[in-house]
Design a protein around this ligand. Structure first.
Ligand SMILES: [Zn+2]
Length: 163
């Protein structure tokens, strides 16, 4: 497997590239924290486009320390005033337990994987509450941005605000 198809596509992409000199400020003041799931198009699903938003993705959309660092930088340096935490339906990180994931990986890899913590949990809504609270209460974010907790339905395309 190579990257040639992607590089070829990139050369076409760059042929009429209209964004030279564009800055990194989030034009619509939006940061979305969501899952790495390929069914999610973060900009499209809220009607945004190039340059409008910062996007941070992780397995399950969990708000890790790295995500928090990104949120702090987004709020203070990149024009973000609204933060959406967006887990989704049918997420493998919520439909499996940590034990399930390790079992599958151990079978496929042939060695123990328990030394890696993936953070899978069936308690998706509880985690959303905790993640939103973590951002809202962070001393370097607090009232500087509005923080909302949402759920994205991968079958309907609808985004619902829960928190
Ligand atoms: Zn997911």
């Amino acid at each position: 497997m190579s990257f040639e198809d992607l590089l070829e596509a990139n050369r076409k992409y760059a042929e009429d590239f209209p964004h030279a000199g564009f800055d990194g400020i989030a034009r619509k003041g939006v940061l979305m924290i969501t899952c790495m799931d390929s069914r999610i198009d973060p900009l499209d699903l809220v009607g945004l486009g190039h340059g409008d938003a910062k996007i941070l993705r992780s397995p399950g959309g969990q708000v890790s320390d790295t995500m928090l660092k990104g949120a702090i930088m987004s709020v203070h340096l990149l024009g973000v005033t609204r933060i959406l935490v967006v887990p989704h339906t049918k997420c493998a990180m919520a439909s499996s337990t940590e034990k399930d994931i390790h079992q599958v990986l151990t079978e496929r890899i042939g060695s123990d994987t328990s030394w890696v913590t993936f953070g899978a949990s069936p308690h998706q809504i509880e985690r959303l509450h905790a993640d939103v609270a973590k951002i809202r209460s962070h001393p370097l974010i607090k009232d500087r941005a509005e923080v909302g907790g949402f759920m994205y339905d991968v079958d309907t395309g609808l985004l619902e605000q829960l928190l």
